[in-house]
Design a protein around this ligand. Structure first.
Ligand code: SF4
Length: 193
């Protein structure tokens, strides 16, 4: 007979009680298990991509530096040294590993053409070239040099920029400089990092 979930909980409770009774400290065993899991992993510090709180995370991978091996994420947890979250993550951030290791995750740019109903994959080079060409065309056609009262404004209202929550201060500094140089006035960023 296979044990039910209730049986399993009973066994676990009895096992825990027995361990306490005979003086075993299970905390050490659990800590050792966790250490083994990430013992040979590399740590990469990053930012949770979900919301503007921008909590710090540590992503553990194995195989990053081995020849002919594809790196594999094995664990993600809150960064205890990060000033925003100090190691904590909400349930969404705590499930980040499932977002990284997900067969539905998009890893290539896609485009849906005007009037189209399907998304098609394109290369990064084609995506960047198309974006650049469309931005130039839009700017050339819609740049406003003077407003209705004759004041020189030199602004571009037909393009907006929005940034993601993992964009750093340094990245945002460059974006603001670039967008302002084009005349873009509508720009915002979710990140506060
Ligand atoms: S862990 Fe939660 S609160 Fe923190 S950035 Fe991610 S989604 Fe936002």
């Amino acid at each position: 007979m296979s044990p039910t979930r209730r049986d399993f909980l009973k066994i676990s409770t009895v096992g825990g009680a027995a361990a306490a009774l005979f003086g075993f400290d299970l905390k050490l065993a659990y800590a050792q298990l966790r250490t083994l899991k990430i013992a040979r992993a590399n740590e990469t510090r990053s930012t949770c991509p979900y919301c503007s709180v921008s909590c710090g995370v540590i992503i553990y991978t194995i195989g990053d530096r081995a020849k002919n091996v594809t790196a594999q994420v094995v664990h993600v947890e809150g960064d205890p040294d990060h000033p925003i979250n100090r190691g904590t993550l909400c349930p969404k951030g705590a499930s980040l590993e499932q977002d990284i290791l997900n067969e539905r995750r998009l890893t290539k740019p896609q485009v849906r053409r005007p009037g189209g109903t399907d998304w098609e994959e394109i290369s990064w080079d084609d995506a960047l070239n198309e974006i650049a060409a469309k931005m130039k065309k839009t700017r050339d056609e819609t740049f406003i040099e003077v407003d209705a009262n004759g004041n020189r404004v030199n602004r571009l209202e037909s393009i907006a920029w929005t940034g993601g929550c993992t964009d750093t201060n340094e990245f945002n500094y460059l974006i603001v400089k670039t967008m302002r140089s084009l005349g873009v006035v509508h720009l915002e960023n979710q990140a506060r990092v």
